[in-house]
Ligand binder design. Structure first.
Ligand code: ZN
Length: 124
Protein backbone atom coordinates (compact mmCIF):
# COMPACT_ATOMS: atom_id res chain seq x y z
CA UNK A 1 0.00 0.00 0.00
CA UNK A 2 2.87 2.39 0.75
CA UNK A 3 4.97 1.46 -2.31
CA UNK A 4 3.74 4.47 -4.35
CA UNK A 5 4.56 6.76 -1.42
CA UNK A 6 8.17 5.60 -1.20
CA UNK A 7 8.56 5.49 -5.01
CA UNK A 8 7.41 9.12 -5.01
CA UNK A 9 10.08 10.05 -2.48
CA UNK A 10 12.76 8.66 -4.79
CA UNK A 11 11.49 11.14 -7.43
CA UNK A 12 11.37 14.01 -4.89
CA UNK A 13 7.56 13.91 -4.93
CA UNK A 14 5.61 13.96 -1.65
CA UNK A 15 2.36 12.04 -2.11
CA UNK A 16 -0.83 11.84 -0.08
CA UNK A 17 -3.96 9.81 -0.71
CA UNK A 18 -6.73 11.68 -2.54
CA UNK A 19 -10.35 10.57 -2.96
CA UNK A 20 -11.74 11.04 -6.46
CA UNK A 21 -15.31 10.85 -5.10
CA UNK A 22 -15.35 13.43 -2.31
CA UNK A 23 -11.99 15.17 -2.76
CA UNK A 24 -10.73 14.48 0.77
CA UNK A 25 -6.97 13.97 1.25
CA UNK A 26 -5.48 11.50 3.70
CA UNK A 27 -2.16 10.21 5.03
CA UNK A 28 -0.87 7.57 5.15
CA UNK A 29 -2.04 6.01 1.87
CA UNK A 30 -5.10 3.80 2.26
CA UNK A 31 -7.14 1.59 -0.04
CA UNK A 32 -10.39 3.37 0.93
CA UNK A 33 -11.28 6.97 1.63
CA UNK A 34 -11.49 7.50 5.40
CA UNK A 35 -14.27 10.05 4.82
CA UNK A 36 -16.71 8.42 2.35
CA UNK A 37 -15.28 4.86 2.12
CA UNK A 38 -14.95 5.08 -1.64
CA UNK A 39 -12.30 2.82 -3.18
CA UNK A 40 -11.52 5.41 -5.85
CA UNK A 41 -8.53 6.80 -4.00
CA UNK A 42 -5.14 7.45 -5.57
CA UNK A 43 -1.78 8.89 -4.52
CA UNK A 44 -1.46 12.52 -5.58
CA UNK A 45 1.43 14.97 -5.21
CA UNK A 46 0.94 17.73 -2.64
CA UNK A 47 2.12 21.31 -3.10
CA UNK A 48 4.64 21.15 -0.27
CA UNK A 49 3.26 24.28 1.38
CA UNK A 50 1.90 24.30 4.90
CA UNK A 51 2.57 25.40 8.45
CA UNK A 52 3.96 23.95 11.66
CA UNK A 53 1.08 22.43 13.61
CA UNK A 54 3.06 20.81 16.43
CA UNK A 55 6.77 21.09 17.17
CA UNK A 56 9.01 18.95 19.36
CA UNK A 57 12.68 19.73 19.95
CA UNK A 58 14.58 16.50 20.57
CA UNK A 59 17.58 16.70 22.90
CA UNK A 60 18.45 13.02 22.58
CA UNK A 61 17.58 10.05 20.41
CA UNK A 62 19.10 7.50 18.04
CA UNK A 63 22.83 7.76 17.31
CA UNK A 64 24.00 9.53 14.17
CA UNK A 65 21.75 12.56 14.61
CA UNK A 66 23.13 15.88 15.87
CA UNK A 67 21.16 17.07 18.93
CA UNK A 68 22.99 20.33 19.56
CA UNK A 69 21.09 22.49 18.81
CA UNK A 70 18.03 20.31 19.50
CA UNK A 71 16.74 18.38 16.51
CA UNK A 72 13.30 19.70 15.42
CA UNK A 73 10.52 17.22 14.73
CA UNK A 74 7.34 18.84 13.44
CA UNK A 75 3.84 17.85 12.45
CA UNK A 76 3.31 19.88 9.30
CA UNK A 77 -0.25 20.69 8.35
CA UNK A 78 -0.31 20.74 4.56
CA UNK A 79 -2.06 23.54 2.69
CA UNK A 80 -4.26 21.10 0.76
CA UNK A 81 -6.63 20.49 3.68
CA UNK A 82 -7.03 21.24 7.40
CA UNK A 83 -5.94 18.17 9.36
CA UNK A 84 -3.76 16.75 6.56
CA UNK A 85 -0.43 16.36 8.34
CA UNK A 86 2.95 14.76 7.90
CA UNK A 87 5.81 14.39 10.38
CA UNK A 88 9.14 15.82 9.29
CA UNK A 89 12.20 17.63 10.51
CA UNK A 90 12.98 21.28 9.79
CA UNK A 91 16.04 22.40 7.83
CA UNK A 92 17.53 25.84 7.10
CA UNK A 93 15.21 27.26 9.75
CA UNK A 94 16.64 29.59 12.43
CA UNK A 95 15.43 28.84 15.96
CA UNK A 96 13.32 32.02 16.02
CA UNK A 97 11.26 30.61 13.14
CA UNK A 98 10.85 27.18 14.72
CA UNK A 99 7.41 27.87 16.16
CA UNK A 100 3.83 26.68 15.81
CA UNK A 101 2.03 28.44 12.98
CA UNK A 102 5.20 29.17 11.01
CA UNK A 103 4.68 28.90 7.24
CA UNK A 104 6.92 26.23 5.71
CA UNK A 105 7.74 24.72 2.35
CA UNK A 106 8.95 21.29 1.33
CA UNK A 107 12.69 20.71 1.20
CA UNK A 108 14.61 17.48 0.73
CA UNK A 109 17.35 15.92 2.78
CA UNK A 110 19.25 12.69 2.21
CA UNK A 111 18.74 9.80 4.60
CA UNK A 112 20.75 6.62 4.10
CA UNK A 113 21.42 7.69 0.51
CA UNK A 114 17.78 8.30 -0.41
CA UNK A 115 15.71 11.50 -0.62
CA UNK A 116 13.61 12.23 2.45
CA UNK A 117 11.08 15.04 2.95
CA UNK A 118 11.85 17.90 5.31
CA UNK A 119 10.48 21.44 5.58
CA UNK A 120 12.00 24.91 5.84
CA UNK A 121 10.48 28.13 7.12
CA UNK A 122 9.12 30.56 4.56
CA UNK A 123 10.15 33.97 5.85
CA UNK A 124 8.56 36.99 4.19
ZN1 ZN B 1 -14.04 10.16 -0.22
Amino acid sequence: MNTPYYAGLLEHRLLAGHCEECGVWHTPLRSRCPSCWSATVAPKEVSGHGHIHVLTLLHQGPPGVPYSPPWPLAAIELAEQPGLRVAATLVDTPIEHQRIGQAVELAWIERDGAPWPAFRAVVQ
